[in-house]
Design a protein. Structure first.
Length: 329
């Protein structure tokens, strides 16, 4: 299946969340959904030599790398590094509103410099070969008029060679709002993003922001080519991913239920612990597996407290699952 088909539903790149352990867990729940790394800066790879940030397991495929940066040559070099390591896609972040990102002149602030973004993606495409280069953006920043800014932005990146983009349907306020507030306070403008999908029908456009259920995903797929889900897929992963393959992609779901998903993570957890890792590195991404169901509180408590125990091993996962099973019975 081409990456474009997998992009019918994707899990957003989220800093401190979508690491390799999170992606391994999400892949247990869905074989088809496109997964993204956390944002990795091109400077960290090219100037910092932090190639360990590119590590992933082949079982995570299809997986895309999200890059942050604004230097075309540096982004091109980072893209080549990603392609050499087998990523299915390289994405440029033009949406993150954090102060740290702004000071580096990348992320959402690049909505104010569409010409530079076009130069960046053109350089990345030249370095990527057959691997697609995509963009994740906002509808605008600060006092920009999204109805004017967004179509101009999309035109420029399309002319530079980008055929697929994801639009977070909110403005980013670079002054006065925290990154968390920027995910919640600016109003969603789905109508504008839907209009872009109709206007740029030669591009594959996905929508992001405020999408909280598979029913929401299905509704958004009527006007859009794809949907990207962020926090909902992290906090209640089974609600988004457990039936995604059958409902969104028309293929068999790989995992029958939440309890099976928990047990299928045991080998990954054991390998991580045997390699000297802490169990919490893995189990923290699984806390929402039983969200809203009997036993969910005991599941979270057992995993959290168990991961902090000296010498804790993979048994904390089966202990937590036993609490859920008992309460369900």
């Amino acid at each position: 299946m081409p990456v474009t088909d997998h992009a019918r539903l994707s899990v957003a790149p989220m800093m401190d969340w979508t690491d390799r352990h999170c992606r391994a867990f999400h892949r247990v729940l869905s074989r088809q959904v496109l997964l993204y790394t956390e944002m990795v800066t091109s400077a960290a790879l090219v100037r910092g030599g932090a190639v360990e940030l590119l590590e992933f397991d082949a079982a995570e495929h299809p997986v895309a790398l999200q890059l942050g940066g604004s230097d075309p040559a540096e982004l091109a070099e980072a893209t080549a590094m990603a392609v050499a390591r087998g990523y299915a896609e390289v994405n440029l972040n033009v949406g993150c509103p954090s102060d740290r990102v702004q000071s580096g002149c990348f992320g959402a602030i690049l909505m104010e410099r569409p010409g530079l973004v076009a130069d960046c993606v053109a350089a990345m495409i030249a370095a990527a070969g057959d691997v697609p280069v995509t963009v994740k953006c906002r509808i605008g920043v600060d006092d920009q008029d999204p109805a004017t800014v967004l179509p101009d932005f999309l035109s420029r990146i399309r002319d530079a060679g980008v055929s697929r983009a994801t639009i977070h349907a909110r403005k980013a306020w670079l002054q006065g709002l925290s990154p968390k507030e920027n995910r919640e306070v600016p109003p969603l403008d789905y109508a504008l993003v839907h209009a872009m999908a109709e206007r740029f029908d030669d591009m594959h456009l996905s929508i992001n922001g405020g999408i909280a259920s598979l029913d929401d995903v299905g509704a958004q797929l009527e006007p859009m080519d794809g949907v990207m889900v962020g926090r909902a897929a992290y906090h209640d992963p089974a609600a988004i991913l457990l039936e995604a393959d059958s409902r969104i992609f028309g293929t068999a779901d790989p995992c029958p239920d939440r309890a099976t998903a928990a047990l299928r993570m045991l080998p990954h957890l054991e390998r991580h612990i045997d390699g000297g890792g802490k169990p919490g590195h893995v189990t923290r991404h699984m806390l929402g597996l039983f969200a809203g169901l009997p036993g969910a509180r005991a599941w979270r408590r057992t995993l959290s407290e168990g991961a902090a125990r000296p010498g804790a091993g993979a048994e904390i996962l089966t202990e937590a699952l036993a609490h859920v099973t008992a309460q369900a019975a």
